[in-house]
Design a protein around this ligand. Structure first.
Ligand code: AMP
Length: 214
C-alpha cells in the first residue's frame, strides 16, 4: 500500500500517518521529520534547511526530490509507505511520478485532509512536540502534559519555531500558492479521497481506514 497524506499544516497528517503506519506496518515518511533530524544532527542539509523552515518557507524542489528518491529506493519502503509532507509543489508531484515509474510502482490513495484555515492557526499555536521522537501534544485546559516531558520517550516538549502564529500565516499562504495545486493534480489522476479532518483523531482514523478498505 502506497499512500500520500495531503493537506495544510496542522491538519493532523503526522498524527494520522503514525497511526496508519502502526496498523498497516509500512513506514511513515515525513519530509519535515527528515529535515528536523538533519538540523538536530548538524548536517549540511540541516544547516541549509534551518533558516528556510524557521521562516515557514519551502526547501527547494531538487533537494526534496533527492531526499525522497533515496528513501523510496531504500529497502525500508519495499512493502509500501505513507508520505506525509511530500509532494508539496507540482514539480515535486511530477518528479515523484518519475521516480515511481522508474521503480515500477504506483500510488494507491491520496488522502486529502480538509480543514478551515482559521482552525489551523489556533491548533498549531496550542501544540507542543517532543524534541526527541516528534510526538505531538495538543495543549488545552485540563490537558497539559506532565512536567513538559514526552509520555512516550521522556524527551523535552517544545513549541516548534514554525508553529508561532506569524510563521503559521506564512505557511498557510505558501500552502495556498504552491501546495494546493497538487490537489488538482491528484484529482485529475483519480486518486484523491477528500475527508473532513475537523473531527477527533480516532474518528478521522476510522474514516481513513474505511476508505482504504482495511
Ligand atoms: P512539516 O513538518 O511537514 O510541517 O514540514 C516542516 C517544514 O519543512 C515545512 O514548512 C518546510 O519548510 C519543510 N518541508 C517539509 N517537507 C517539504 C517539502 N516536501 N518541500 C519543501 N519543504 C518541505
Amino acid at each position: 500500500m502506497r499512500i500520500i497524506l495531503f493537506g495544510p499544516p496542522g491538519v493532523g497528517k503526522g498524527t494520522q500517518a503514525k497511526l496508519l503506519s502502526e496498523k498497516l506496518k509500512i513506514p511513515h515518511i515525513s519530509t519535515g521529520d527528515i529535515l528536523r533530524d538533519a538540523i538536530s544532527a548538524g548536517t549540511e542539509l540541516g544547516k541549509k534547511a534551518k533558516e528556510i523552515m524557521d521562516d515557514g518557507h519551502l526547501v527547494s524542489d531538487p533537494v526534496m526530490v533527492g531526499i525522497i528518491r533515496d528513501v523510496l529506493k531504500s529497502d525500508r519502503c519495499k512493502n509500501g509507505f505513507i508520505l506525509d509532507g511530500f509532494p508539496r509543489t507540482l514539480p515535486q508531484a511530477e518528479a515523484l511520478e518519475g521516480i515511481l515509474v522508474e521503480l515500477n510502482l504506483k500510488i494507491n490513495f491520496v488522502i486529502d485532509m480538509e480543514i478551515d484555515p482559521a482552525d489551523v492557526v489556533d491548533r498549531l499555536s496550542r501544540r507542543l512536540s517532543c524534541k526527541n521522537c516528534g510526538r505531538i501534544y495538543n495543549i488545552f485546559p485540563g490537558n497539559i502534559p506532565g512536567v513538559g516531558k514526552c509520555q512516550h520517550c521522556g524527551g523535552d516538549l517544545a513549541q516548534r519555531q514554525d508553529d508561532k502564529p506569524e510563521t503559521v500565516l506564512n505557511r498557510l499562504r505558501i500552502y495556498a500558492q504552491s501546495t494546493a495545486p497538487v490537489r488538482e493534480y491528484y484529482k485529475k489522476a483519480g486518486l484523491l479521497k477528500t475527508i473532513n479532518a475537523r473531527n477527533g483523531i480516532d474518528s478521522i482514523n476510522r474514516t481513513i481506514i474505511e476508505l482504504l478498505g482495511k
